[in-house]
Design a protein around this ligand. Structure first.
Ligand SMILES: Cc1cc2nc3c(=O)[nH]c(=O)nc-3n(C[C@H](O)[C@H](O)[C@H](O)COP(=O)(O)OP(=O)(O)OC[C@H]3O[C@@H](n4cnc5c(N)ncnc54)[C@H](O)[C@@H]3O)c2cc1C
Length: 350
């Protein structure tokens, strides 16, 4: 069998890259072992242009957000399902100083398109503690990642482009102008295998710094129309079910829910919300983060037909579509990959 590209991994990275490649007229074969971890399936799925304790515009936001708001609706049409929820994020202020800062900043040309409204007094006081007001963000929301991945699995299966199998690098044959794996020949192979890249034969050297994260699924009678976000985020999935997250643990990198994370999330949730809720269950996964918090994309220093598309860390939903397009342009039109995400910045580690 002959394809243009073999992909390893069907998380957000593999599925969105496969879609971009197919849209560019390339054939793919994606290998994914569903028994392995997949942080994409459990992720909060948030895309948030203004993040962090200091509330600053997220890195490369102008490019990433204009691309993703155009891309996901097109993907929904292609896959014939709805998974994009374009809803505001509400972040209560913790002090009058924070309110004052945002009264000024919201008029700043750099921020104005991301700010829907600055409330100078409580706007959602029946739901959350927001005595100092809060900010409602634009160009924000969440992707129901599990639903998107399921639809992509169906699409790729129908196109005979997905194998639910473990990919064993030791069976890969590297030839002068093609690669071959178990009788499938391709121009190149693209590793979209998330944190499992560590310990992997060809890209085990890239400096991933995985971070475990946990979430709670809660049930409430409260009618939530925004994503509340202060200390934790609360994403209303519908029918009273909400996803609450998330924790950050650099030490323990297994995928089992812990009582410590549950307590941490419950404490932060109780600080934020005023409504009653019940905990349904808990989820855990490992984010493929990197030392410099930027993705790692590009060709292997020695074997040019091997490509990494990884390191999307805490922000896969917003980073992956834009960089999938960039990688496809690199492969099909020899366009360059941005220096900040290019794997070449780490060649000295090989
Ligand atoms: C608790 C938590 C909350 C998060 N919340 C958000 C959020 O709100 N917004 C956001 O943007 N991001 C969030 N993230 C981060 C997001 O999940 C990641 O950025 C994204 O999922 C990375 O996707 P990926 O495809 O690179 O990796 P993964 O999702 O890990 O996918 C890798 C795939 O490769 C497969 N694989 C690996 N090795 C092999 C092999 N040898 N053979 C076959 N298959 C293989 C695995 O089975 C898996 O399917 C969160 C993550 C966690 C853990």
């Amino acid at each position: 069998m002959l394809v243009d590209y073999i992909l390893v991994g069907h998380g957000l990275a593999g599925s969105i890259l496969a879609n971009h490649l197919m849209n560019a007229g390339c054939s793919v074969m994606v290998f994914d072992d569903p028994t392995l971890s997949n942080s994409s399936k459990i992720a909060g799925g948030l895309y948030n242009p203004v993040t962090g304790r200091k509330m600053v515009k997220t890195w490369n936001a102008d490019n990433l957000f204009s691309y993703l708001t155009d891309y996901y609706p097109k993907l929904e049409k292609q896959l014939g399902t709805d998974f994009l929820h374009d809803i505001p994020i509400y972040r209560p202020f913790i002090s009058p100083e924070e309110l004052n800062e945002w009264m000024g900043k919201s008029a700043d040309i750099d921020y104005s398109s991301y700010v829907k409204q600055v409330h100078n007094s409580s706007a959602y006081g029946n739901q959350v503690s927001d005595d100092h007001g809060g900010i409602l963000l634009n160009q924000s929301g969440f992707v129901d990642t599990a639903k998107m991945l399921f639809a992509s699995t169906v699409f790729l299966t129908e196109s005979r482009s997905l194998k639910n199998e473990y990919f064993d690098s030791s069976d890969l044959k590297l030839k002068a102008d093609y690669v071959e794996y178990q009788g499938i020949k391709g121009k190149s192979i693209i590793f979209c295998n998330g944190h499992k890249s560590l310990g992997q034969q060809y890209f085990g050297w890239i400096p991933l710094r995985p971070v475990k994260g946990e979430l709670l699924m809660i049930k409430t009678q409260e009618d939530l129309r925004v994503i509340h976000n202060r200390g934790v985020f609360i994403i209303p999935l519908g029918n009273g079910i909400c996803k609450v997250g998330s924790t950050y643990d650099h030490q323990n990198l297994d995928e089992n829910p812990t009582i410590e994370a549950k307590n941490q999330l419950v404490n932060k949730l109780n600080e934020l919300v005023k409504f009653p809720y019940e905990i349904e269950y808990q989820l855990a996964g490992v984010r493929p983060a990197t030392m410099d918090r930027k993705p790692i994309i590009g060709h292997h220093p020695e074997f040019k037909s091997l490509i990494a598309f990884n390191g999307f860390g805490t922000k896969g939903v917003s980073l992956i579509p834009y960089y999938a397009q960039q990688l496809v342009e690199n492969l099909t039109e020899a366009r360059s990959i941005d220096n900040e995400v290019n794997i070449e910045r780490y060649f000295s580690l090989y």
